[in-house]
Design a protein. Structure first.
Length: 148
């Protein structure tokens, strides 16, 4: 085959440092737009995004030319700087993240899940939600290293 082709979807989940409620409704849509642009510049397509006040969900493609870790590092760094320049001077994302592969047959399900974040978090905290993801995807973890 002369060409290298791929279509890998990822669902990223990560929080604001110490899960502080620093992403306001006022800045939320602008943050979404900025992050979508960062992904686009890296060759990734964002299928869905939602920033809660203390964490974010992003469903995107993984470009062939960058690692998962490099992709998220570049997005977190750029968006953290953007938040600081846009009125949240002490803004920082947590050090880690969760990333989960998504089958193309489950894209609509994950999109709807992300779109329904506001309602979802009336019933469940971010910590509870994240633990459920880790359990669902059989990710082994040590609780003392998950949160910062």
């Amino acid at each position: 085959m002369a060409q290298s082709l791929s279509k890998v979807y990822l669902h990223y989940v990560f929080s604001v440092k110490n899960r502080e409620n620093t992403i306001s409704k006022i800045i939320q849509n602008k943050l979404h737009s900025f992050i979508v642009g960062v992904y686009a510049n890296l060759g990734s397509y964002v299928a869905e995004i939602y920033a809660n006040s203390d964490h974010i969900h992003i469903l995107c493609t993984l470009p062939r030319t960058i690692t998962i870790a490099d992709l998220i590092s570049k997005v977190k760094s750029a968006s953290s700087k953007w938040m600081k320049k846009n009125g949240v001077p002490d803004f920082t994302w947590q050090n880690g993240y969760g990333v989960f592969s998504v089958s193309s047959s489950k894209l609509e399900t994950v999109k709807k899940y992300i779109q329904n974040q506001e309602q979802h978090h009336k019933k469940m905290t971010f910590k509870e939600e994240f633990r459920l993801f880790l359990k669902k995807y059989n990710v082994e973890y040590d609780e003392k290293y998950v949160w910062d």
